[in-house]
Design a binder for this molecule. Sequence first.
Ligand code: ADP
Ligand code: X2W
Length: 250
Amino acid sequence: MIVIKYGGNAMKSLELRRAITAEIASLRGQEDVVIVHGGGPVIEQNLKARNIPSEFKRGLRVTTPEVMDVTEQALTRLSKELAQDLGNAIGLSGRDMKLLVGNTVAEDLGRVGLIHTVNTELLHKLAGIGITPVIACVGTDENGDALNVNADWAAGAVAGALNAPILYLTDVDGVYTNYPDPESLAPQLTRADIEKGIQDGWIAGGMIPKVEAALHALDKGAPSATIGSGMRSGVLREMVGGARGTRIVP
Ligand SMILES: Nc1ncnc2c1ncn2[C@@H]1O[C@H](COP(=O)(O)OP(=O)(O)O)[C@@H](O)[C@H]1O
Ligand SMILES: CC(=O)N[C@@H](CCC(=O)OP(=O)(O)O)C(=O)O
């Protein structure tokens, strides 16, 4: 089984979305796939349409109950659409059958959560009948209330719980030591390299939660974590084989 995190940047256009879902569909011929997705830009659009202001603290969206509602609506709709694009797939959120259970992390972040328990049995059962789960990064707490989980972290938790490799699909070919110089793409980074990269500033912005979530996935049991772009035909197979993207190692 392999976990694919599919985020907002790699969904910017319908063409891109279709190209990536076709790539994922072709990978399914060789591996069972579990998709965990985000959708930051769609959430943003829906909040704007309703005139609901939203801000980020420490890279996470401050999630009031109102923001939670809009986020959940946007992401669960997206999971249905992605599942339709893919075929033989089912759109779920972490609230279905306690798929992603967690807790809030800080009072000033509202409903932002981290996942501690994943219903892996459900994922194995779906794989057993040839259905690909497409999971929106919305979790539940023990009371059944929704949590807004950063998609990189949600996917890392799923990969860790399944002891499965994870591919982080984004809009860059991997982590660059001198972004965006193509010559500086790092084939492999260790925890120490990542700590240095964040400290020295060459790992920045949205790449920070991604590399941190990748390390977390490894800590929790994922055998490998690879960051790259799924935009070209055949690239996912190459990422799985380690020939493309940046592989994060302990
Ligand atoms: N060292 C780096 N190498 C590659 N990308 C980087 C680096 N540092 C920062 N980035 C930024 O991280 C972005 C990917 O993170 P993010 O925008 O959160 O992606 P997604 O929405 O796909 O999860 C890239 O588009 C790039 O702008
Ligand atoms: C807590 C938090 O920040 N949640 C994210 C969830 C979506 C996400 O992570 O989507 P991408 O993968 O497209 O960035 C948010 O509200 O934007």
